[in-house]
Ligand binder design. Structure first.
Ligand SMILES: [Zn+2]
Length: 613
């Protein structure tokens, strides 16, 4: 049985870690924290540190660490569920797992709740159609091959034709004000009579749009009736919880399989995701009509570095998709293409040819660079000198976006041999394209994501660098501005230590979803003891960090008993240090190659500028 995260938080909040631990062992206050003899090893001097502020503990001797749940669980040697029951009982919280009353304490959670009720309403309608609608809707579902199972999984529903069916449903529930429904984008104020409202979605097949945490954030409504003057799809407007450019449709259902397969299939629409899911191909998301955005690519990169796109495109189609391709390449993701026969979409293809044929297509995927090259060839665009020049320029434009030098070189070699071009020509063109691109994007955006390192490259137990530890410190102890600075300026490629990278990804996830980072809560989500130990340790010893000397000046001005760290400045300094490290690394790699002297000088100049900034 799974206890909802909100419930776990509620229980944790009602069980102060100091109260709970001191009910098991004696603890002493020391400074800001608390100390105890560690019960998890034979401890002679108190080495268990407990932070009331962060609600975590950490033993500097045996590294035992965690939150209130892990303490009770490990001390009593019981299951997590029993621990939750015990702590709930201790605080007088009823652990009713069926229905909890909705949390509408703030606007965000209220909008989630409204969308959830609306999704249930639409979904319920589909099972309770009146006779006149029934035949029509069901035959539509049959025609689109939407099976019962899929309509349950994806929560597909029906918005009746009436002007106010959803509005009336909410009136019966009597939970929300009309303004709140409008904020959720579900109803629209009438132009003629400002006191009147009507349903946004009428007579449409409804696809709830979920965020990656299974919460309904909006809807897409597919037109059903010929007399409907609206477009084929109507979507929820942008709201506080729904931003089209930040959502990938289907990600909540597919994220586990994307991680497991280390590959994501990107399709266009809701129906493609559903059709592939019905064929048991589940690592699929849709960008839902918009061209791919940086936010979406960032979201993808948290789950995999390998993207497969289905294209039925010709060169004109590639030009239209140019920006999306560039964004994916710039992020350092591997982009492969599967070509569908003309006029087919995944839906129709699987329907006509079956799942196995589709899987065969997937095996035949091509890198985007090779795909575009072969299009040029197919369209006979490689004959004249002019054609070849166009080709080189375009293809090199794409290659120059790839952050990994070695990969770029690899493509140049391959292209030169495949299409009988001089490697030196390609190389020259590439070098100037890279310089141009770097100029355009300097300072670098936060988007670039590093190559996925193979496990061989990562030494086990590699010590995190001071800067990497500083990052964790800022995420845990920093203010909102400093974290948001990191969110925008930190390139994950800076982070070499795998464990730290994993932690930072969890932090970023939490920060983007919840707007803040709560250590004791994150601990429940981490499956690595090393990670928990590192985080709890950072929660304890923030005074011992490298910047403490720099801070000492501020401290004289600050309150005498508290070290006031300027986390915003700290965050900027850490990012700067990372950048300098990267440049120094690059210089080291260029080594003593004399032909590279200009490049080295250029790099040193940039280091100098950075150090002074
Ligand atoms: Zn210990």
């Amino acid at each position: 049985m799974k206890i909802p995260q909100e419930k776990l938080e509620e229980i944790a909040q009602a069980n102060d870690i100091i109260d709970v631990i001191s009910s098991y062992i004696p603890i002493k206050k020391r400074g800001k924290g608390f100390l105890a003899l560690c019960p998890f090893h034979t401890d002679k001097h108190p080495s268990l540190n407990i932070s009331q502020e962060k609600q975590v503990y950490h033993c500097f001797s045996c590294k035992a660490s965690g939150n209130v749940y892990s303490f009770v669980q490990n001390y009593e040697k019981i299951t997590f569920f029993e621990t939750a029951e015990k702590l709930a009982a201790r605080a007088g919280i009823e652990l009713k797992l069926k229905q909890s009353s909705p949390d509408v304490s703030n606007e965000i959670s209220m909008l989630f709740e409204i969308n959830k009720i609306a999704a249930k309403f639409y979904n319920h309608n589909l099972d309770n159609l009146n006779e006149s609608e029934k035949d029509f809707i069901y035959s539509y579902l049959v025609k689109r091959k939407i099976k019962r199972q899929a309509s349950v999984k994806f929560g597909i529903g029906y918005a009746p034709k009436e002007w106010d069916s959803l509005l009336n449903h909410f009136k019966e529930e009597n939970l929300f004000r009309t303004e709140d429904l409008e904020k959720a984008g579900l109803i629209i104020q009438s132009d003629k009579d400002k006191n009147k409202y009507y349903d946004r979605f009428r007579g449409r097949l409804m696809f709830p749009i979920f965020n990656e945490n299974d919460k309904v954030v909006g809807f897409g409504g597919r037109k059903l009736y010929d007399d409907d003057p609206g477009g084929k799809y109507i979507n929820s407007p942008e709201t506080k919880i729904y931003s089209k450019s930040k959502i990938l449709y289907g990600l909540n259902f597919s994220k586990d399989s994307i991680r497991a397969l280390d590959n994501l299939i990107l399709v266009e629409g809701y129906m493609d995701v559903i059709a592939l899911s019905q064929a048991d191909i589940s690592n699929v998301v849709a960008s839902s009509g918009t061209s791919l955005t940086e936010e979406q690519v960032r979201l993808i990169s948290r789950y995999t570095k390998n993207v497969t796109v289905l294209f039925d495109a010709d060169l004109a189609g590639i030009k239209a998709a140019k920006r999306g391709i560039e964004i994916i390449l710039e992020a350092g993701l591997d982009l492969n293409v599967v070509t569908l026969p003309e006029g087919e979409d995944p839906d129709s293809f699987i329907d006509n040819k079956g799942k196995n044929e589709f899987l065969k297509l997937l095996y035949k995927k091509q890198s985007i660079i090779n795909f575009i090259s072969s299009l040029y060839e197919k369209e006979n665009k490689l004959n004249s000198v002019n054609d070849k020049t166009d080709f080189i320029k375009e293809i090199i434009g794409y290659v120059s976006r790839i952050p990994d030098k070695i990969k770029r070189v690899f493509y140049v070699k391959e292209l030169s041999s495949l299409y009988n071009l001089y490697e030196s020509d390609l190389r020259d063109e590439l070098n100037s394209a890279v310089v141009k691109f770097k100029k355009e994007t300097f300072p670098p955006t936060s988007l670039k994501i590093p190559e996925r390192k193979s496990l061989k490259d990562v030494k086990r137990g590699e010590q995190p660098s001071q800067e990497e530890m500083d990052l964790i410190d800022i995420f845990i102890n920093g203010d909102d501005e400093s974290i948001s600075y990191l969110e925008n300026n930190l390139e994950t490629s800076y982070i070499k230590n795998k464990l730290i990278l994993k932690i930072i990804e969890v932090f970023l996830d939490e920060y983007l979803n919840e707007g803040r980072i709560e250590v004791s809560k994150i601990i429940n989500q981490l499956d690595s003891e090393d990670a928990v130990s590192l985080i709890t340790k950072c929660s304890m010893n923030k005074h011992e960090l490298s910047v403490s000397e720099k801070q000492s000046k501020n401290n004289l001005l600050g309150s005498p008993h508290k070290i006031n760290i300027d986390y915003q400045k700290f965050a900027k300094d850490v990012v700067k240090k990372f950048k300098i490290n990267e440049l120094e690394e690059e210089i080291k790699n260029l080594g003593k190659d004399e032909s590279k002297i200009n490049e080295i000088v250029e790099l040193k100049k940039r280091i100098n500028e950075l150090s002074k900034s």
